[in-house]
Write a protein that binds this ligand. Structure first.
Ligand code: FHN
Length: 453
């Protein structure tokens, strides 16, 4: 074994800290090109759906055990009602693909501690305590592979079920919390890592999306070791920065006080204000909550979702858009209709999103214009978020001499002029560009170069 390796329960755990930039870029390539994924929050909280004992519980539906101060003995009863007879993994993957999503990340185990697979180290899972008794992760993994989209697993370090992880629980007042590091270390070694071994070796995920890393008992040293452990199980896997302790709140990027493990930052419910030299992915809900919540009908418009995608991609980020299926396994109709709109928009505009990178200096011209650039050539896209007037002036693009400029979805070559002190002036066609349904953007395709300072 190399000096950088050690054996753990028969697994040779390597040290990937010195991965070359070329190897890192190779591993991240599909993920960077993908740009758009589907997040799925599904668990016992989907049965509660924001209510407990007939009363609304405020806050995130995936936090109802905490928000409702529900004792574990009472909360476990929801497992008897978790029976997703309408769950159709092939249909879920079709919905994601039709929306132009290139990967799916599903909660294997959220903070509640309930597993959507048959774990050998736990009886708190879909096989041991529900009527359903089928391996949800397996069927979704198979459906993703069959339909050619990447498969990811979310795993919560925070666990409100396991007795050795309880000191992080809401039930113990802060000043009464015991020093639980020893017990948590046991949970980490004898429960968490075996579960990760199970879900990685059995379902072959392309992404491991950790969460719940903020708890006091979980340490930076454990985070560093956890990254190496997961990469050793599948060297090509991509792991978010919540595997360690670097994340700076909901902005999701790592603090700069030291090196932290993790391949990409995870802004949550927000999009970075500017580009970053690091990889990042904004995870966002379509309404106000992650898990299904009967009374949460505060749905964002398709226009807002599409504009968020454009904004993230213009700054070099990915967009992980969430759905919260019901306990029967149905993705809400309001989510499906928005995903269909996103898919229709991408059918026309996908070349401005997939396999793109930000411009060197300018991701936007003003609040109404975002730029993207095709990787490896001089194709620049100026995406107007609101309907332009009779002409558009772009200050940061100089077209190649004979560049044909079109609006995606219409092959009509537009008249344009370029003067250094004015910029690129594009005349719009008199007649509106016919396109089925609502128009969410006007994407100008330009062969040219960015004008930098
Ligand atoms: O507490 C979780 C929440 O339920 C949800 O899973 C989000 C998604 O990133 N993460 C945590 C909140 O930051």
């Amino acid at each position: 074994m190399k000096s950088t390796e050690k054996k753990e329960n028969g697994l040779v755990v390597s040290d990937f800290s010195n991965e070359s930039k070329a190897d890192f870029d190779h591993r991240m390539k599909w993920w960077r090109d993908a740009r758009l994924g589907m997040f799925v929050h599904w668990g016992l909280y989907s049965v509660a759906a924001g209510m407990h004992n007939g009363k609304d519980v405020s806050g995130l539906s995936s936090w109802i055990m905490w928000g409702g101060k529900i004792p574990l003995s009472e909360y476990k009863e929801y497992a008897k009602e978790f029976n997703p007879i309408k769950y159709d993994p092939d249909e879920w993957v079709r919905i994601a693909k039709n929306a132009g999503m290139k990967y799916i990340v599903i909660t294997s185990k959220h903070h509640e501690g309930f597993g959507l697979w048959d774990s050998k180290v736990s009886d708190y899972d879909v096989m041991d305590c529900t009527l359903y008794k089928k391996d949800i992760l397996k069927s979704l993994s198979v459906a993703c592979k069959k339909q050619g989209i990447k498969f990811g697993l979310y795993y919560s370090i925070l666990d409100w079920y396991h007795p050795d992880a309880q000191a992080n629980s809401y039930l113990i007042p802060k000043d009464e919390k015991p020093d639980n590091k020893e017990n948590f270390a046991q949970y980490y070694e004898e429960y968490m890592k075996p579960q990760l071994y199970e879900i990685i070796t059995q379902y072959d995920p392309d992404i491991l999306w950790f969460d719940g890393e903020w708890i006091p008992d979980f340490t930076h040293e454990q985070g560093l070791a956890l990254y190496q452990y997961v990469r050793s199980l599948k060297p090509s896997i991509i792991i978010n920065n919540r595997v360690d302790k670097g994340r700076e709140g909901m902005r999701g990027m790592n603090k700069s006080d030291r090196d932290y493990a993790g391949d990409f930052g995870t802004p949550e419910q927000e999009i970075l204000e500017n580009k970053s030299t690091l990889d990042w992915e904004s995870c966002m809900t379509m309404n106000d909550t992650w898990g299904y919540k009967t009374k949460d009908n505060n749905w964002k418009s398709a226009k807002r979702l599409i504009h968020d995608l454009i904004d993230a991609v213009s700054k070099g980020g990915n967009y992980l858009l969430n759905v919260g299926p019901t306990s029967e396994g149905i993705i809400p109709a309001a989510s499906i209709s928005r995903l269909a709109e996103i898919g229709k928009w991408l059918e026309v505009n996908k070349e401005a999103i997939y396999e793109t990178e930000p411009l060197k200096e300018h991701f936007k011209e003003n609040e109404n214009i975002r730029y993207t650039k095709k990787k490896g050539n001089d194709l620049i896209y100026a995406v107007l978020l609101e309907k332009p007037e009779s002409e558009v002036v772009l200050k940061y693009v100089k077209p190649d001499k004979d560049s044909k400029i079109v609006i995606l979805g219409n092959d009509k070559s537009l008249h344009w002029t370029y003067e250094p002190h004015v910029g690129l002036k594009i005349n719009l066609p008199e007649t509106d560009i016919a396109e089925p349904g609502e128009k969410y953007s006007w994407t100008f395709k330009i062969n040219g170069k960015e004008i930098t300072k």
